[in-house]
Design a protein around this ligand. Structure first.
Ligand SMILES: Cc1cc2nc3c(=O)[nH]c(=O)nc-3n(C[C@H](O)[C@H](O)[C@H](O)COP(=O)(O)OP(=O)(O)OC[C@H]3O[C@@H](n4cnc5c(N)ncnc54)[C@H](O)[C@@H]3O)c2cc1C
Length: 292
């Protein structure tokens, strides 16, 4: 659904930017390195295929070997979008605060009272409740049985004064400029549920691959980690609880929340307000047994 998702995101984020008076959505240049004969072969095959037209640049680019080392070549990747999520979240948060539409508290599932007509939690009373808890869904007694497979991810923030890079570089992982000689590099993937958010192994992997990616000096400023809410069939999951019809889930955005949410957020709203059926591929019903 890439074309549909991208078209929806291209309409949604600029409208949100306008409503909130911020600038967070852009179309940056992304360059991907070719570091082996095998990668060169893959590129040659794919760049001739119709489905990669407009996605894989047709001409090879030369990157400065003093900065990036020797390589077979590089090419541009098209259709890239960048969203400054931190600024967007802070701005939405402020908007909700200004409109007295947010309570900031730790939600305790065991303090929830629910019947067919009403959901209440402390002094909040409402007709419906929607859980959008990301990977913390595992602590939600109503939905923790869903087959979530949490994908841990680690990244580093670095400072590299001599790099002077104004494009995103895809080489092992993604190196993204943040301004003022700072860059984001990541992320790793680990399916080990019990691992801490940041690990020595993750840090070593990031530095090893970054050392192959850039040849200018850098220093690591921060090492961060988080859980991606991924579900077994790697699709979003949304819809009502099997027993409590006024209790919903909106989750399973995995590695791609930014591109999935504009489209599926709209689908979900139309389901809630206009009873539009949820696409079966993302409906939580796919995990319910038909006997209950
Ligand atoms: C290293 C890394 C790189 C990534 N790169 C990309 C990328 O390039 N593009 C992309 O689209 N996605 C990317 N992702 C994935 C993306 O971060 C997730 O898909 C996204 O955050 C999921 O959004 P969400 O709102 O469902 O969950 P979250 O972002 O986890 O938000 C859930 C929120 O609910 C709160 N919450 C949960 N339970 C409670 C409770 N009981 N009480 C109060 N608050 C609660 C949590 O604190 C959290 O703030 C990346 C993830 C990682 C780790």
């Amino acid at each position: 659904m890439a074309d549909e998702l991208l078209a929806c995101a291209d309409a949604f984020y600029p409208a949100l930017e306008q409503d909130l008076g911020i600038s967070v959505y852009s179309k940056p240049e992304m360059i991907r390195t070719i570091r082996s004969a095998r990668e060169m072969n893959d590129y040659s095959v794919r760049s001739g295929q119709a489905e990669y037209q407009g996605i894989l640049g047709e001409t090879l680019i030369e990157l400065d070997p003093k900065k990036y080392g020797e390589m077979e070549g590089a090419y541009e990747i098209g259709q890239v979008r960048q969203l400054d999520i931190k600024t967007l979240c802070l701005s939405i948060h402020q908007y909700l605060k200004d409109n007295h539409a947010i309570h900031e508290l730790q939600f305790n599932h065991h303090a929830l009272c629910i019947d067919e007509a009403m959901v209440s939690f402390g002094n909040i009373r409402t007709a419906n409740i929607i859980f959008c808890e990301g990977a913390l869904v595992q602590e939600n007694p109503y939905f923790s049985h869903l087959p979530f497979i949490i994908a841990k991810g680690e990244l580093i923030h670095i400072q590299a004064e001599e790099l002077d890079q104004d494009f995103l570089l895809n080489s092992h992982k993604v190196l993204m400029p943040l301004g003022q000689d700072k860059y984001w590099y990541g992320g790793t993937f680990s399916w080990d549920k019990d691992k801490a958010p940041i690990t020595e192994h993750g840090r070593a992997e990031l530095e090893l691959e970054l050392n192959e990616t850039i040849k200018t000096p850098y220093k690591v400023l921060q090492h961060l980690g988080a859980d991606r809410p991924t579900i077994k069939d790697r699709r979003p999951v949304m819809g009502a609880h099997q027993k409590h019809k006024n209790m919903y889930i909106f989750n399973g955005m995995g590695t791609k929340a930014t591109s999935l949410i504009p489209f599926f957020g709209q689908e979900f709203i139309e389901h809630l307000l206009m009873s539009k059926p949820i696409m079966k591929e993302v409906d939580v019903m796919r995990f319910y047994s038909s006997t209950i």
